[in-house]
Design a protein around this ligand. Structure first.
Ligand SMILES: C[S@@+](CC[C@H](N)C(=O)[O-])C[C@H]1O[C@@H](n2cnc3c(N)ncnc32)[C@H](O)[C@@H]1O
Length: 345
């Protein structure tokens, strides 16, 4: 996949720029309006109303919001999906995942922005985003923990399915044979890399419940036979050895500097000489006086604004650990990503 195709999915962001439009779109998915219109391109208002049991004024209101959001054509009386929205529907998984994510954590922004800025500890205690990403429920396999963990993994998996394409377009992975993806989640990143590189095998290292769900996620696909999962074992901090590539995808920003450095040290120790560490991470947000207003769909990622580092912060750490040939580039997706590679001497 080339860099242009790898960015094609970003067209979904146009439909979640503001809260009213994005919320109307969520409702249109929930009520079946989108499926109805996608399947019947020349249907009428009455057919839509009868099929979905919506009252006339409610449906008019919803369609008005969808028209304003570019989902429905403004030039026709009968509701018709716009060509731009039909194109975005090709990326329905990430479209729905981003809408869901934004809706879930919008109250954190609306109700807790002051705490986020002035009292981060209070924000962490009350924010829905931290209740969603509750890693303490990913340690022991119980039905409740599996359900809770699967909920946030749906989001990380949808994002990774597309972000991986941009990483693959920006770096030549063909030279590697065995990769270790630390915090590799559902195995989606490994899966995409294995699909693009038939000689590649992967180890995904993550928390036990995440590994259990991940193993099921890759079980049904051909590349699944080249992906194994290793659960993090607190008593055994060393990362699994025997890999020529260790990757950290959207993982290190989760950790303060000392833990970030420790992960990179463990990666170095697990790599054979000449092996590569690769970091693919969100960079710092371009929120400044010249920037456009922050789109609603970006709110969930924005809440982590303190966690995103400069490339220099990672490069300095890699250099301190003795890595060589350190190289950093930027990949522009819904936010600037940084792609850093470095070699163990
Ligand atoms: C922000 S998510 C990123 C997941 C995935 N790499 C992606 O790009 O979407 C961080 C991942 O690190 C995992 N994780 C948390 N603590 C960990 C630990 N001590 N060792 C390994 N993985 C850990 C989480 O379960 C989660 O899958």
């Amino acid at each position: 996949m080339d860099a242009v195709n790898a960015r094609a999915y970003l067209c979904v962001d146009a439909f979640m720029v503001d809260m009213a439009g994005a919320t109307a779109l969520s409702t249109a998915f929930e009520t079946g309006v989108i499926d109805h219109l996608a399947q019947r391109p020349s249907g009428s208002m009455d057919a839509l109303r009868n099929a979905l049991k919506l009252d006339a004024r409610g449906l008019q209101f919803l369609l008005g919001l969808l028209r304003a959001n570019g989902v429905i054509d403004t030039g026709t009386e009968a509701p018709v999906l716009t060509p731009a929205f039909r194109a975005a529907l090709a990326f329905r998984d990430i479209l729905e995942a981003k809408l869901y994510f934004a809706k879930l954590v919008a109250p954190d922004f609306v109700q807790l922005l002051t705490a986020l800025l002035m009292e981060p500890a209070r924000f962490a205690e009350h924010a829905r985003i931290f209740k969603l990403f509750a890693y303490q429920h990913a340690l022991e396999s119980t039905p409740d923990n599996l359900a809770r963990t699967a909920r946030w993994m749906r989001l990380t998996t949808a994002l990774t399915a597309y972000e991986a394409g941009a990483c693959i377009a920006a770096h030549d992975f063909s030279r590697y044979r065995r990769m270790l993806d630390v915090g590799g989640n559902s195995g989606e990143f490994a899966l995409r890399l294995c699909r693009a590189n038939p000689a590649l095998e992967a180890t995904v290292y993550d928390l036990p419940v995440v590994c259990e769900i991940g193993a099921a996620h890759v079980a049904g696909v051909a590349e699944g036979t080249r992906i194994r999962f290793v659960s993090r074992d607190r008593a055994q901090p060393a990362l699994p050895a025997g890999h020529d590539l260790v990757t950290f995808k959207s993982m290190l920003h989760d950790w303060p500097d000392t833990e970030m450095a420790d992960f990179l040290r463990r990666a170095r120790d697990a790599l054979a000489p000449g092996g590569t560490v690769l970091i693919f991470e969100r960079g710092q947000l371009p929120v400044d006086t010249n920037a456009l207003p922050l789109p609603y769909g970006q709110l969930p990622l924005m809440l982590f604004f303190r966690s995103y580092r400069t490339p220099q912060a990672y490069c300095a750490q890699l250099s301190a650990l003795g890595f060589q040939s350190i190289a950093a580039t930027e990949v522009r997706l819904d936010m600037p990503f940084i792609l850093i590679t470095a070699t163990r001497p």
